[in-house]
Design a binder for this molecule. Structure first.
Ligand SMILES: Nc1ncnc2c1ncn2[C@@H]1O[C@H](COP(=O)(O)OP(=O)(O)OP(=O)(O)O)[C@@H](O)[C@H]1O
Ligand SMILES: [Mg+2]
Length: 476
């Protein structure tokens, strides 16, 4: 089967072949014609001179007229030409059969030129034969150089026309073979071009139906590159789809846990099973706690949805990261002391304010989440360290704790929404698993970098960096 592309290609090939054959044919036929005519003229002149030598015998009376006529007849047949031999007075001595009285139409001018020693060669319409012909006239010379007569030969061009049409037929045959090849080529191209495109089309249709597992065979040409890009797209969309499903599942799960507690505690209270005031209050506090957790979660989700809009969601301004860190460290001192954790801050030994251009509230949120996590996972009696460092083009902050750390395999995953290391371990520890996902979005939208360095059991260091800004020019 030839595809539509195949058909278009075939049509183009055939057009090219036909045009090329025509041009070649015309050029070739023209050249061949010229060559054939010139050959014929040479032959006629040569034969004319030969005949002149032969008829000298006749002029000398050594050959009968019948022999001359015989010679003319044979030569005329061989040359496919009409021949006339004239004496110096212009009388016709002998002519080839079939010329009849027409020889009388020979022009006086032509005869005069030949009898004066000139050889005439002319091509075109001939009034004697009344068709296109080559006309040749040669003088007959005696041994002593005197002119004793003239030989005229007229060969019609139709003979050569046949040869040329033969050439055209040959050209047409070659073109036909070319067309057959074009068809074969189109069939082959249909297979190599159209088939992969049709496969891509089918795969795209399957993907539209929600099948992200489809892949198409890739290759090294442009269509192959398209297939590779398609496969990449399918893989990425597949990942996004998986993440989306995972997120809905996680969200449902996260919502269910607090709701179950709220429902259970409320039912218990309504049933009147609990009589002690202290226990009732504990139940109510649990309900309140879970409600707070739920609203926390909704707030975080809204925040993520907002951040999904990228840098546009940020309210950027120039501020001192140093001041921000010092303020936050002060606020967290109380919580750290309560947990008996030693919270230390190390600042660079310069007066530099370490200015950055970012959304101050959001950056504060990232630091808070780092500190929340560090204080949450660090056991009492240990230390949490905040270190602010200035580089040439950026400012970086790292928060190191002495908690359980994060296994290397899970380090890339903690930035995903709802991901929690060892859910059993962290269950009941309050976190929803959105803090780091939000932090990553904020830092990336601010043009910075975020990272974690950790080994299981050896604590963790979370950090980020932001591009430095030079202070605004002072007002003069
Ligand atoms: N300093 C740390 N030490 C050990 N594990 C950590 C640390 N920080 C984060 N993690 C792990 O990474 C997970 C994801 O952290 P993230 O801050 O995103 O969520 P969370 O703290 O559980 O909840 P949220 O911050 O949304 O209240 C945590 O649940 C925890 O398992
Ligand atoms: Mg957190």
């Amino acid at each position: 089967m030839i595809s539509k592309i195949g058909l278009k290609l075939t049509a183009s090939y055939i057009l090219v072949i036909v045009v090329a054959t025509l041009i070649l044919g015309l050029l070739f036929a023209g050249t061949a014609r010229r060559f054939l005519f010139e050959e014929k003229q040479r032959e006629l002149v040569h034969k004319g001179e030969q005949l002149g030598q032969t008829v000298i015998d006749f002029f000398n009376g050594e050959m009968p007229i019948s022999t001359v006529e015989k010679i003319l007849e044979v030569t005329g047949q061989h040359l496919e030409a009409k021949i006339m031999v004239l004496d110096p007075m212009g009388r016709r001595l002998a002519v080839t059969p079939g010329l009849g009285r027409r020889g009388a139409q020979l022009s006086r001018a032509d005869f005069a030129r030949v009898i004066s020693g000139e050889t005439i060669v002319r091509r075109g319409y001939d009034p004697i034969l009344e068709l296109d012909a080559i006309f040749v006239g040669t003088p007959v010379h005696t041994k002593h150089g005197q002119i004793t007569g003239a030989v005229f030969l007229i060969a019609p061009l139709t003979v050569m026309g046949g040869l040329i049409s033969g050439l055209w037929r040959l050209g047409a045959f070659a073109a036909l073979i070319g067309v057959a090849f074009a068809l074969l080529l189109a069939l082959y191209l249909s297979r190599t071009i159209s088939a992969p495109i049709l496969k891509l089309k089918a795969a795209a249709a399957a993907m539209a139906q929600g099948n992200f597992k489809v892949r198409v065979p890739s290759g090294s040409d442009e269509i192959g590159a398209l297939a590779t890009a398609f496969n990449l797209m399918a893989a990425e969309l597949g990942k996004v789809e998986k993440l989306r499903k995972q997120l809905s599942a996680d969200l449902a799960h996260e919502l269910r846990a607090p709701l179950t507690i709220i429902q259970g505690q409320t039912e218990a209270l309504l049933d009147g099973v609990i009589e002690e005031e202290a226990e009732k209050e504990k139940f109510l506090r649990d309900i309140l706690g879970e409600t707070v957790r739920l609203s926390e979660m909704v707030r975080a989700l809204l925040e993520i949805a907002h951040l999904d809009r990228g840098a546009k969601a940020l309210n950027k301004q120039v501020f001192s990261l140093k001041t921000l860190i010092v303020t936050l460290a002060g606020k967290y001192q109380a919580i750290a002391q309560e947990k008996n954790i030693n919270l230390t801050t190390i600042l660079p030994p310069t007066d530099d304010l370490l200015l950055v251009e970012a959304d101050e509230a959001r950056i504060g949120q990232v630091v808070r989440n780092f500190l929340d996590n560090a204080l949450r996972y660090t056991p009492p009696g240990k230390e949490v360290l905040i270190r602010l460092q200035a580089q040439d083009t950026s400012v970086q902050i790292e928060i190191t704790d002495h908690g359980p750390g994060i296994p290397a395999a899970e380090q890339p995953l903690i930035w995903e929404r709802f991901y929690k290391v060892n859910k059993a371990r962290t269950a009941g520890e309050g976190g929803v698993g959105l803090g780091l996902a939000i932090a990553k979005e904020i830092i990336q939208a601010s043009g910075g970098q975020i990272w974690v360095k950790s080994a299981e059991g050896k604590g963790a260091t979370f950090g980020f960096s932001l591009p430095r800004t030079s202070p605004p020019a002072p007002l003069t």
